[in-house]
Design a protein around this ligand. Structure first.
Ligand SMILES: [Zn+2]
Ligand SMILES: [Zn+2]
Length: 352
């Protein structure tokens, strides 16, 4: 049996936090599809190599610089994208495209480590997890690391899509991000369709908010589209109330998602692949449809995301697998080879 790891002690050495900075002892760091892109596919990081990857962190603040002392000893979630809050983009409410944003594991050393140094701005405070009223499911801090990306990213995409009760949400990809996206969409009162190649994932998500699941490995595109259209007709949802979320980050998934766009539909691109797809962009003109990309989630939305998780409206435990941080190399290889279908949370100091 594994014992939950206590955040490791911090011994002040040369890594003293600077002004407005904190040192976070990592409780857990989720492994993202994006990490595979950096590690295997040559996707460039903004920080020069060598660089510690990992951008889905929860932990405890164990050291704080001037201007950040109020964070000391607090439990936090470190947003995957921390905008500067001051530039023209930030002031215009477009923090996700802030050119001075800090993305751990890309701009600075990330969370596949015992500790990381981050600016304190944007940190999401975690309430007292021992209080049964705020944490009725008894989630631990490491489990909450997925709030930093896998849950918050689809949350922002769903907010932007304007999804509301009675709309149709279609998720192409029911893995880490998509699995949480389905649950959020269901919590928003939408009817939800999930499409994936993994039967196990689909069986699971059918119990967590998906009204219809479709096997992309068994149905060709035409059959998928017919099934989605028939479901929408039964639910009396017109195409202009359909929001499609591409969460697979695969070429076939992106082709499927684009092909599902109908009159007035909205397509959100959340998954990442360095590969190109060929699409007829004029379909968007002819269908008066909208496509929008989504990068991360602004820190101001994090408390609402955390509330959904703590309240159990978005379930974490069935969708994650905890592993020792020391298994990082094998874990990345297994994820690349698609031998793991859950979100992996790596935990420092836990034996494998
Ligand atoms: Zn990510
Ligand atoms: Zn900015």
């Amino acid at each position: 049996m594994r014992t939950p790891a206590a955040p490791m002690a911090w011994e002040a050495r040369e890594e003293e936090p600077g002004d407005g900075e904190v040192i976070v002892a990592v409780a857990g760091c989720g492994v993202c599809h994006t990490d595979l892109g950096y590690y295997y596919d040559g996707v460039p990081t903004r920080h020069s190599l060598p660089l510690t990857l990992g951008h889905e962190v929860s932990g405890r603040v164990v050291a704080a610089g001037a201007g950040a002392r109020e964070w000391l000893e607090r439990l936090v979630i470190v947003p995957a994208v921390i905008p500067c809050g001051e530039c023209a983009a930030c002031r215009a409410g477009r923090g996700s495209i802030c050119p001075r944003q800090v993305f751990p594991g890309c701009d600075v050393h990330g969370g596949f480590a015992t500790h990381l140094r981050m600016p304190s701005r944007g940190l999401c405070p975690v309430p007292d997890l021992a209080d049964e009223r705020v944490n009725p499911l008894g989630l631990d801090l490491a489990s909450l690391s997925v709030v930093a990306d896998a849950v918050s990213t689809p949350y922002q995409a769903i907010l932007r899509s304007g999804l509301s009760a009675g709309d149709l949400a279609v998720f192409v990809g029911a893995g880490g991000v998509g699995g949480f996206g389905v649950q959020i969409a269901a919590a928003f009162g939408a009817r939800v369709v999930a499409i994936d190649v993994d039967a196990g994932r689909l069986a699971q998500i059918a119990e967590h908010g998906a009204d219809l699941t479709l096997r992309a490995d068994q149905l060709d595109f035409k059959a998928l589209k017919q099934a989605v259209t028939a479901f929408a007709a039964r639910a009396h949802v017109p195409t202009w109330r359909t929001r499609i979320f591409e969460t697979s980050g695969t070429v076939s998934g992106q082709e499927t998602a684009f092909g599902l766009v109908g009159h007035g539909s909205y397509l959100s691109v959340i998954g990442y692949t360095p590969q190109k797809v060929t699409v007829r962009l004029s379909n968007l003109m002819a269908l008066d449809a909208t496509v929008q990309g989504n990068w991360g989630c602004e820190p101001r939305h994090y408390p609402a995301v955390l509330s959904l998780v703590l309240a159990g409206k978005v379930q974490v435990r069935p969708f994650v697998e905890r592993r020792a941080m020391s298994s990082l190399n094998e874990t990345l290889a297994e994820l690349r080879d698609k031998r793991i279908s859950r979100r992996v949370i790596l935990i420092p100091g836990e034996s494998s």
